[in-house]
Ligand binder design. Structure first.
Ligand code: G3I
Length: 453
């Protein structure tokens, strides 16, 4: 009963949703100065994972609303969240995200219908026939509730084992229903919401390897037999142990050549500074080079809420400042400028439009255990009233003091704003300085993009 009421009320808001989407489209036609609008200029979406519990935080919501054109609920659509006891569906948190997204004209990716993890405890003990019935009922319940509102669903998630075997992963579904559970889930999903793109989603399948070969063979088989599959999601969780593969683009292309869309679904890259920015550039360029790569989603808005927060893998730091990786993604998408973080000073027509700055670093003193660094901020062709610069230190180093600036920290990334010296005439300079302990590393810090307002 509650599901029927909810569906009717979702349909009744359709006019509002369409109006919001038009507003977003109008904004993106004005200037490609955000991730979403720049990606739209390339015919792609740029999304993020979202947690309902953070939507009430104003900087979180402002950054989300300004930058992204698609959202994926990070946990709220999973089986344990939506059907904690059999036949009893709970959509409160997921609805909050979907409603928020629709009010901002954003699309929604559905994540995820059938997955071995985050299963409520009642699922695993079921016998084979009962499990089949429960799986199909879960797909129908979730997809029915959001019918017509989800652009792509991760129908089955992570069904293949890691390592070199290319085998299916052991799970209640695999162990009791055999290989055919994936096909059955896709057929049920197609009937439940014919408008949604149906995706298979996995990790460590980003390059050509035994696991991606096994997924490739499955997709090829599905396409040859008419099993409904529309896309493959590449999670793309990268770090030094699992770097962006050199054959990433080739791998995306070979899947696209099977006649499916490809999507980058959970992108995050541990690291900082220019190295992290360069890796993000590789990913965006790979997607743009594959015409059937329809969009990218990063796995969170801010480093502080990332599932890998220690690795600072996202585009905004814990204070919602744009990291060098943000500028790299925006530029790879063909965008320009940037908003400078909370407060949205980059909106067309706002005071401060055209404000820009550069930041350059020099070492002004050096001794065996430490050094003094100086960063010079120079205003561009217009006067500025404030600036923000990021400095990424080698992991071992630590800063003991800083002058003529106000720092905040996220891991080894120092974001510095003015103390007294924010206002600069066109072309004028100021500088801040700091003392760092080398702790065994004499490497130079990296200075990221300077933003001004
Ligand atoms: O909300 C509860 C909180 O009330 C409780 O106090 C706390 C205690 O541990 O747990 C909180 O729930 C956690 C939840 O994230 C929300 O933060 C769960 O323990 C934790 O397991 C859960 O982790 C999620 C993980 O999937 C679970 O497998 C991550 O947020 C989420 O980012 C991650 O996402 C997965 C994708 O779905 C699939 N691909 C891999 C990706 C990363 O692991």
């Amino acid at each position: 009963m509650s599901m029927i009421v909810r569906r009717l009320s979702r349909a009744a808001t359709a006019g509002l949703v369409a109006a919001a989407a038009l507003t977003a489209a109008a904004h993106s036609a004005e200037a490609a100065d955000t991730l979403g609008s720049a990606a739209a200029g390339q015919g792609r979406y740029f999304g993020t994972a979202v947690a309902a519990s953070h939507l009430g935080e104003s900087d979180y919501a402002a950054t989300l609303d300004r930058e992204f054109s698609s959202v994926t609920p990070e946990n709220e659509m999973k089986w344990d969240a939506t059907e904690p006891s059999r036949g009893s569906f709970t959509f409160t948190s997921a609805d909050r995200i979907v409603d928020h997204a629709q009010s901002q004209g954003m699309d929604v990716r559905g994540h995820t219908l059938v997955w071995h993890s985050q299963l409520p405890s009642w699922v695993s003990p079921l016998g084979a026939q009962d499990l089949r019935t429960a799986m199909n009922a879960h797909i129908n319940g979730l997809m029915g509730h959001y019918k017509g509102e989800i652009h792509s669903w991760d129908v089955v998630n992570e069904a293949f084992q890691d390592g070199g075997s290319g085998a299916r992963r052991s799970s209640p579904f695999q162990d009791k229903l055999g290989d055919g559970f994936i096909e059955e889930a896709f057929r049920t999903a197609r009937a439940a919401d014919p408008a949604a793109k149906l995706c298979y989603n996995d990790y460590n399948t980003d390059g050509v390897n035994a696991k991606s070969n096994a997924v490739y063979d499955m997709v090829k088989d599905f396409k040859s037999r008419g099993v409904p599959i529309d896309c493959v999601g590449f999670q793309s969780h990268f770090n030094s142990n699992s770097p962006v593969p050199s054959d990433y683009r080739h791998n995306l292309q070979r899947f696209a050549d099977l006649g499916v869309d490809v999507q980058i679904t959970e992108l995050d890259i541990e690291g900082s500074g220019s190295a992290q920015a360069a890796d993000y550039t590789k990913v965006v360029e790979a997607c743009l080079a594959v015409s059937r790569c329809t969009g990218m989603t990063v796995w969170g808005v801010t480093d502080k809420y990332s599932w890998r927060s220690g690795g600072t893998p996202l585009l905004f730091d814990g204070d919602y400042n744009e990291k060098p990786a943000y500028g790299a993604v925006l530029s790879a998408l063909g965008g320009s400028g940037g908003s400078g973080g909370p407060g949205d000073p980059g909106d067309p027509g706002d005071p401060g439009d055209g404000a820009s700055c550069t930041a350059t670093y020099t070492r002004t003193a050096d001794w065996s255990s430490g050094y003094n660094g100086q960063v010079t901020i120079t205003a561009g062709a217009e006067p500025i009233s404030s600036w923000t610069a990021t400095v990424t230190l080698p992991a071992q180093q630590s800063v003991s003091s800083l002058w003529n600036g106000t720092p905040t920290w996220s891991g080894n990334v120092m974001t510095v704003r003015p103390s007294w010296n924010g206002t600069l005439a066109a072309g004028a300079s100021t500088s801040f300085g700091f003392t760092a302990a080398k702790n065994g590393s004499d490497a130079a810090p990296t200075v990221g993009t300077c933003t001004a307002s």
